[in-house]
Design a protein around this ligand. Structure first.
Ligand code: MG
Length: 247
């Protein structure tokens, strides 16, 4: 069942979303060659707690940290640790915060120092595919219209969208119905109505969309070892333009 949010609930989602957005900004400022992903995790956890919020990811299905830190060929769910970021890497950061019972969830991919034009293009196309998707997040459209727009934009630029992970409804829980694939035909799926809150999150691979899971049972890496980028915001369907709650 898709849970529609009241205006009062959306206001809470907005406040949770702001914690997530500001935390992302703080993490971004700290990304530089020489820092470890564990240090970034500590910075994020400290910030989220100081806002009176709870790091949603910590302990979620046993996940051991407050952020997912996924460098280069890691698609999603990288566990922060002693890996040192180096010049030329790209690093995807995914994080969530629960405030007053409601969750915000967002992801960004950042450059570490100077990166190649190829990596910058991967980041830019991934980010833009989200915006192409949410142009369709309007009352009366169907969920598949979002999915299709993301896929088309990504594939038109020569990349692939990950199949094994999808976006999701969000509210009191991080993962609610519906699932939101980043691929599929337009005109299918549930109709969008005012008050739906959705986490739309294209995961884009430079090569094929096939992946592998490492022995930690979390880390998803590209099968071909090529790089991957991630971009996500929590949004809300309104009577007009969709509202992005995590920017
Ligand atoms: Mg998500």
């Amino acid at each position: 069942m898709i849970i529609i949010k009241s205006d009062k609930e959306i206001d809470k989602m907005r406040r949770a979303g702001k914690v997530v957005a500001d935390c992302h900004e703080l993490v971004r400022e700290n990304i530089k060659p020489g820092i470890t992903t564990a240090q970034l995790d500590a910075i994020a956890e400290d910030y989220i707690r100081r806002q009176g919020a709870i790091p949603t990811f910590l302990g979620y299905s046993g996940f051991p940290a407050s952020i997912c830190a996924s460098p280069n060929e890691v698609i999603v769910h990288g566990i922060p640790g002693e890996r040192i970021l180096k010049e030329g890497d790209i690093i995807s950061i995914d994080l969530g915060a629960t405030l007053d019972g409601y969750v915000g969830d967002a992801a960004r991919t950042h450059p570490v120092g100077e990166i190649s034009p190829e990596n910058q293009r991967l980041i830019d196309v991934t980010r833009q595919s989200f915006f192409e998707g949410i142009k369709n997040a309007r009352v009366g459209n169907r969920l598949g219209d979002i999915s299709h727009a993301v896929q088309k934009y990504v594939e038109d630029h020569g990349y692939s969208v990950v199949r094994d992970y999808v976006g999701h409804g969000i509210g009191r829980k991080m993962h609610e119905e519906p699932q939101i694939p980043n691929f599929g035909p337009a005109g299918h799926g549930p109709k969008l109505v005012r008050g739906m809150c959705l986490a739309i999150e294209p995961m884009v691979n430079a090569g094929t969309y096939d992946l592998d899971i490492l022995d930690d049972n979390w880390t998803a890496v590209t099968f071909d070892g090529k790089n991957s980028a991630h971009y996500e915001n929590t949004i809300c369907v309104t009577d007009g333009e969709p509202e992005i709650l995590t920017l």
